[in-house]
Structures are given as C-alpha cells and as structure tokens.
Design a binder for this molecule. Sequence first.
Ligand SMILES: Nc1ncnc2c1ncn2[C@@H]1O[C@H](COP(=O)(O)OP(=O)(O)O)[C@@H](O)[C@H]1O
Ligand SMILES: [Mg+2]
Length: 352
Amino acid sequence: MLAITIAILDGLPDPVLLVNSRRSVVGANRAARELFVGSIVGNDLAVALRHPAALEAVDAVLRGAAAREAEITLPAPGSPSYRLIAAAIRSDERRGDGEPAVVVTLQDLTATRLTERMRVDFIANASHELRSPLASLVGFIETLKGPAKEDTEARARFLDIMHTEATRMARLIDDLLSLSRVEIEERVPPRDAVDLVQVIRGAMDLLSMRAAERNVTLNLDCPAGVPSVLGDADQLAQVFRNLIENAIRYGRADGRVAITVRAVERIPERGVPGVAASVADEGEGIPSDALPRLTERFYRVDKARSKALGSTGLGLAIVKHIVGRHRGRLAIESKLGQGSRFTVFIPSVAFR
Ligand SMILES: Nc1ncnc2c1ncn2[C@@H]1O[C@H](COP(=O)(O)OP(=O)(O)O)[C@@H](O)[C@H]1O
Ligand SMILES: [Mg+2]
C-alpha cells in the first residue's frame, strides 16, 4: 500500500514526506528525494529538516492538530524558502508504527518571493521618481510665497522650471498607467490587421517638430506591399513613438534617423513570418554591458543626462511589454560612437 502511495506521490511536483506517529520519515516522493539528497527514509524527520518551525508544526499534528503551516528556509544554495504544510492522515483503521500519520508538503516560495521583491522595488522606484519633481515644485512654491514674492524676474524663471517639473510628473504618470494597461492585456493577443507602415508614418508626423528642434532628418525606407501585421494599432503606435523619440533624443543633433520596414520570412527565435521595422540613429551608442538592462523599468544609461532631457526611463519597458503581447521580438544593436538600431519584429496576418 505504501509503495503504491509513493508511486502516486512521485507524480507531484512538490516535495512530499510521509511521517509516522514517532516522527520517522516512512516515505518520500521523487521531488523530496531530490531535494534532500541522502538517506532520509527511516530516520527522524529532524535529520532531513532541522528547522525548528517545521518540527514544531509536525509535532503539533502528531499531538492531534488537523494541520499546521510553517515557513522555512533551507540551507541549500540560494537559500530557497518553502511553505511547509503538515496535515494529519485520518484513518479508521488502527495503524502500526510503519504507517504514515502525517503528510508533509513543501511549496517552493522562491518565485513568489521574487515577484514580491520586484513589486516592492517597483513601488519604491516609482515613488522616488515622482517625489523628486514634486519636492522641487514645493520648494519653488515656498520661494515664490516668501523671498521671491516681489521679484518678477525670478517669478518668471521659477514658473518655467515649475512647468517643466509638473510636465515631467504628468508624463511619468501617463507612462506608469500605460505600463499597467499593457501588463493587464499582455495575455490577450491582439487580433486586428494593422498596416505597420501607416502606423510608423503617423508616429513620424507626430514627432516631426521634435526632430526639427534638433535638426534631425527622419527617413522612411519601405518597399511597396509590406504585409499587414496582427496587432493593436494604438499600442504599435506607442512602440514607434518611443523608439523614434529615443532616436531623436539620444541620436546626433543635425543627424539622420533611418526607419526601415521589411517583410521577413521568419522572425528570429519565433520562426513565423512577420514584418521587421527598425529605427537607427547616429548617436553615441549604448555600452554593451547596458544593453541587457535597457528594457528594465527606470533604467537609464546616464541617469542625470536622461533626466535633464525629460526622460521617464519607462519607454523601452513599455515597448518590451507591447512587443511581448504581440508575440514579437525586440532586437537592440549598438556600436559605441556610431549609433544604435532598435528592430521590432511583429508576426504578420498571414500567420493568423
Ligand atoms: N537610441 C538610443 N541611443 C542611446 N541610448 C538610448 C537610446 N534609446 C534608449 N537609450 C538609453 O536607454 C535608456 C532607457 O530608454 P527609455 O526606456 O526609452 O527611457 P527614457 O528615454 O525615458 O530615458 C535611456 O535613458 C538611454 O540611456
Ligand atoms: Mg524613451
């Protein structure tokens, strides 16, 4: 009977231990045998699990409690944490010593902890980013109410700075909202046929003034008959606004931003047909160690400089999530001193 029970428990992903009324381990499923290398069956549970909270939970069940939980950290590499659940095995039959009285299950909390950690970090970062423009606004308001009350020249200057800071806060909030909207929809693939070239033309028009301010030429190169993609037009517009805006902002003043659209037979690593659209600038480029971090929220290569340019550090994080929702791919290439190229691959409608 025990052998068949263990064989069944072997199919479970979580480690499971069976413990008898004297707290000896009488069975361990495959996941438990892999977790606790060495001989644990036949020994007191304390040999495998020296954790006081774990033993206390099992003892309480042996004394008559129906179930107990404990959170434990194992002394393994990476100190994985687990939720231990000890539950009594109720049986009408009288049981001998060899028979299990408690079933102990371990649930791996590592992934949950990591998600929690990321959420806490994100909230701390977002609050910090919002706090600095707000602190500067409050400072200027106080100055305007006090020392600079009658100084018309200072007032005009301070109002300009306050306007910039308030605009930055508004942009940050807009970006935070779009990020959470994109995340909510991430599991719902978009279903419309979208003309990517038209979307890109729209983004270029919207940014033409910004490009003119830096004397940057926006150039579009695309053959006729590029297939439509399976997409969400608003979100794809957001992707290209972000990429073209970055290319204008971090590219060379008086330089050129080259936008290229092509049909591709296979999207790299995805294997499905699609459209590749790339945005290339002639700026100073991105150091190779920064490349993998670029799509992290609030990551900027040069924090002070990006902030001075009015950046939020969320643009590429939004791009990554939108491309992910489209089951596409984002490729970033850069050569220091020569420029950067961001390529977005989106599956074409033919793939529907
Ligand atoms: N075309 C580019 N050339 C050089 N660096 C870039 C380029 N695009 C993005 N970056 C770097 O990546 C960082 C993150 O970009 P992004 O997420 O769009 O945030 P933001 O533009 O708001 O700072 C930028 O701060 C910048 O350091
Ligand atoms: Mg940006």
